[in-house]
Design a protein around this ligand. Structure first.
Ligand code: G6P
Ligand code: MG
Length: 216
């Protein structure tokens, strides 16, 4: 029985995946890596430094930068990302997700956040949805990011629930793998998430009734 939900943030609650992409696209231009839709998709759910490594590798530039230079590139990306984040308002909660959070709250489900983003608290505050959640997993404390199960296991701990009683929501393939490996029910939002136990094309399709119908 599902008693709680662990939410990814970027691309699930917040319309911020496009802002990450915009900022990383600029980084790719800076280092001379061609920006492609596949690269953009593969960066979803991946930590800041790992994302930079993937961008460098995609263009064969992985050996051209010192650790200090890599940290500078990552900091520049985050500075630009935070400029874009400033424009986010409660209207940038993705379609239907506010209603879904309200539905879960009204029905006594517990909620937590399992995002790789160190900016998650800033974004949740800006979207005015912080109060829905029991807690947020701190990505700085992780030994391994998505697709490792650690983050979604910790998201169940935050809820005080066994993984079997938790459903995870994700827009990334790495995130779906993390949920599955944690032994939770995976709910994918997006077209290319074949490993998800339940899948929706868009956030505005997600509701308790729709999840139950897909599991039946
Ligand atoms: C999420 C996003 C990724 C982002 C990562 C780290 O997982 O999907 O695109 O790179 O968080 O975010 P941060 O805000 O800490 O750089
Ligand atoms: Mg995401």
């Amino acid at each position: 029985d599902i008693k709680g939900f662990a939410f990814d943030l970027d691309g699930v609650i917040a319309d911020s995946a496009r802002l990450h992409s915009k900022a990383w696209h600029q980084t790719a231009d800076t280092v001379g890596t061609t920006w492609t839709p596949e690269l953009a998709e593969n960066l979803k759910g991946v930590s800041r430094m790992d994302s930079l490594e993937m961008i460098l590798k995609a263009g064969g530039h992985e050996n051209e930068y010192t650790q200090a230079q890599k940290e500078e590139l990552a900091t520049a990306k985050n500075t630009q990302y935070l400029e874009l984040v400033k424009t986010l308002t409660p209207d940038d909660v993705l379609p239907g997700m506010k209603a879904f959070l309200d539905e879960l709250k009204a029905n006594g489900y517990k909620m937590s956040v399992a995002s790789a983003s160190k900016n998650a608290p800033t974004i949740l505050k800006q979207l005015k949805v912080m109060d829905y959640f029991e807690g947020i997993v701190d990505p700085a404390k992780l030994h391994a990011g998505k697709p490792d199960p650690e983050i979604f296991s910790l998201a169940a701990d935050v809820l005080g629930l066994a993984p079997a009683n938790v459903a995870g929501l994700e827009d990334s393939g790495a995130g779906i793998q993390s949920i599955n490996a944690a032994g939770e029910l995976s709910i994918g939002i997006g077209s290319e998430l074949s490993e998800a136990a339940v899948r929706f094309d868009r956030t505005d399709e997600v509701s308790l009734a729709a999840i139950k119908a897909k599991l039946a």
